[in-house]
Ligand binder design. Structure first.
Ligand code: ATP
Ligand code: MG
Length: 172
């Protein structure tokens, strides 16, 4: 490995204050509903950083968000490239930082090109490239509780916009 390795962060992605919301997801269908709700709350310019171990459901959730935003084609993780672009109701940029091993690789991938004000950017393994993400990135930590169950923790940067208050209250 050339260069300085990434140092993943545990929690509380940067010194801003966060509104932290926790959801217990009991099935794939609930993940799909969560993705649909999230898709309705996200707006152009948002960056959503997904953090969770292999198989925790990052791609699965992004597929639900994509479907809800009208992406007609199947959404796959970008395995051999860093990013995919999907044409939904608004552009969707799907990034996967898993294979970025050094800061040099990350910088040369010109990720900032995908943080576009016209679209929504969804980043798998976002903790690997935290320093390259916008300060107001929304974070979602995914944890496996059992084969079907997940815990999702959403971190919304303060001050929280009105749409997220509606989101929080809508989930009650
Ligand atoms: N409630 C659930 N939510 C999401 N995925 C679930 C759930 N229950 C079971 N699964 C299964 O868990 C797996 C999640 O895989 P997925 O590829 O989405 O994970 P990932 O976090 O993107 O992994 P990777 O780090 O390899 O990219 C899928 O096989 C999916 O069917
Ligand atoms: Mg994945």
């Amino acid at each position: 490995m050339i260069g300085q390795p990434f140092k993943p962060v545990a929690k509380g992605p940067n010194p801003l204050e966060w509104l932290e919301l926790t959801y217990h997801i009991r099935s794939l269908a609930e993940t799909d509903r969560f993705g649909g709700r999230l898709a309705a709350a996200l707006t152009a310019g948002d960056v959503l950083g997904l953090v969770g171990e292999l198989g925790s459901g990052k791609t699965t959730l992004i597929q639900s968000i994509g479907r809800a935003l009208g992406v007609g084609e199947p959404v796959h993780s970008p395995t051999f490239v860093i990013a995919h672009h999907y044409a939904g109701r608004i552009p969707i940029y799907h990034l996967d930082a898993y294979r970025l091993e050094t800061w040099e690789m990350a910088r040369s991938a010109a990720l900032e090109d995908y943080f576009e004000p016209d679209g929504i950017t969804l980043v798998e393994w976002a903790d690997r490239i935290i320093e390259l993400l916008p300060e107001r990135t929304i974070w979602l930590y995914l944890q496996v509780d059992s084969e079907q169950e997940r815990q999702f923790q959403l971190f919304l940067p303060q001050p929280v916009e009105a749409r997220w208050i509606s989101w929080r209250d809508g989930a009650k």
